[in-house]
Design a protein around this ligand. Structure first.
Ligand code: ATP
Ligand code: CA
Ligand code: CA
Length: 398
């Protein structure tokens, strides 16, 4: 917050940043509509469109044609994308340590996140391979990126400053899919890595109304994990395995599995049930337009008759689960924060930290170890196969 009471980021008033981005995105996405559709070429991954807004700022739009194809793959039309981005955005409180800003579009579809320079650079280098993977397999729990932009104040544009002050004034933003539907009340939220080293929510985080809990908190709060139907469990495993193989191939680490937990019968939650907010039909969001966007779609699973959610929640596609004591849950899940590559600075950190802790419990190790530990935690500790219910309707396949 600056002297005049404005909320700032890198000394820039945030409203100014948001508006500038909205203008820039409108220009770059709108401009694309005039260009004929064509196949993505390699050069589209390295193209940067530079949009000068005279006297004020510059927006760089990275790989605009490649991102247009990503959006098409998920059936996001240009006018819908602009409609989402250009309406007022809601700021989300970020429990992370990175200081990134998060904004949610009012239709709940997209999140804008500020990222560091090295993360933006890494995403750029990732794009061709990532494109190949998402095209082959759009049913993925990996983040779906729909744009990468950079905001730059024009006064810092002069050659002299480039690389010094100018670099600092660049604000890079990614647009990705939102995993947590805001019309569903999340009674708990977990950010899991499969590591136990320092993986407990800070005391500051715990004070919050809806804290984001970590691995050690999960083990404490749900020692028996979440029970899933066998088919659903297998679908989760298959999807996570596939996604982790991709992450490993890019030598990515430090990602998390995000789980939003909705208690279907909130009166019996551990918290004593603060009572469900009556769902006001006027606030009910329209169904998602994006394809393969709900958890059930993503893992390619179907609701079984005995745990099909109520009508107003079916569309949100949460994964039905139970606690060991039989409480019904809906889980909203995805893999997040993947723009951290092993090569960047990890070797040193690991060598340093392993002096103090047992190698197996530190979260800074190497990509294949990270991925294995991550999966093993999810498949053995977090998710468990539920015994088949006696009364459950069997699904028949012909
Ligand atoms: P750090 O690097 O310190 O871990 P960060 O600033 O990079 O944090 P993330 O780890 O990406 O932030 O995310 C922080 C939190 O924001 C998550 O725990 C989650 O609650 C929320 N979040 C992140 N991505 C999404 C998403 N796609 N949909 C919904 N919520 C998200
Ligand atoms: Ca993180
Ligand atoms: Ca991060």
């Amino acid at each position: 917050v600056d002297n005049e009471g404005n909320v700032t980021f890198k000394r820039l008033p945030i409203t100014q940043l948001v508006e500038a981005l909205q203008l820039g995105i409108q220009y770059t996405v709108g401009g694309l509509q005039a260009k004929a559709a064509r196949d993505v070429l390699y050069k589209d991954f390295i193209t940067v469109e530079i949009i000068h807004f005279p006297n004020d700022f510059t927006i760089r739009s990275y790989a605009p044609v490649a991102f247009r194809h990503f959006r098409e793959l998920f059936n996001i039309k240009p006018e819908e994308f602009l409609n989402s981005i250009c309406k007022p955005l809601r700021e989300l409180r970020n429990p992370g340590a990175s200081g990134s800003l998060f904004y949610l579009t009012s239709d709940d579809e997209f999140i804008l996140k500020t990222v560091q320079k090295k993360e933006a650079e890494f995403l750029k280098s990732l794009l061709p391979g990532y494109y190949m993977n998402v095209t082959q397999n759009p049913r993925t729990l990996l983040p779906k990126y729909f744009g990468l932009y950079c905001y730059q104040v024009t006064e810092f544009m002069s050659r002299k400053h480039e690389g010094s002050v100018g670099e600092n004034k660049n604000i890079r933003v990614i647009v990705m899919n939102n995993l947590i539907p805001s019309q569903v009340h999340m009674h708990e939220k977990y950010d899991l890595k499969g590591s136990t080293y320092k993986r407990r929510a800070s005391s500051q985080e715990r004070q919050k109304e809806s804290p984001t809990w970590k691995d050690l908190d999960f083990i404490e709060r749900h020692p028996d994990g979440f029970l899933l139907d066998v088919d659903t469990y297998n679908a989760v495993v298959k999807t996570v395995q596939r996604d982790c193989r991709v992450l490993e191939s890019f030598r990515i680490m430090d990602y998390s599995f995000l789980i939003g937990v909705h208690h279907v019968d909130p009166a019996v939650t551990a918290e004593g049930g603060a009572g469900e907010r009556a769902s006001d039909p006027s606030t009910v969001q329209p169904p998602k337009r994006m394809m393969y966007s709900t958890p059930m779609d993503t893992i390619n699973a179907e609701f079984e008759e005995h745990n099909k959610p109520d009508d107003h929640l079916v569309e949100t596609g949460g994964i039905p689960a139970r606690t060991a004591s039989g409480q019904r849950l809906l889980l909203y899940v995805g893999i997040i924060d993947i723009l951290q590559s092993y090569r960047i600075r990890k070797q040193f950190e690991h060598a340093f930290k392993s002096v103090f802790a047992d190698g197996a419990t530190i979260s800074v190790t190497n990509p294949s170890f990270y991925s294995e530990r991550f999966q093993s935690f999810l498949f053995n500790t977090v998710f468990k196969k539920a015994p088949r219910e006696a009364g459950a309707t069997k699904k028949f396949r012909t």
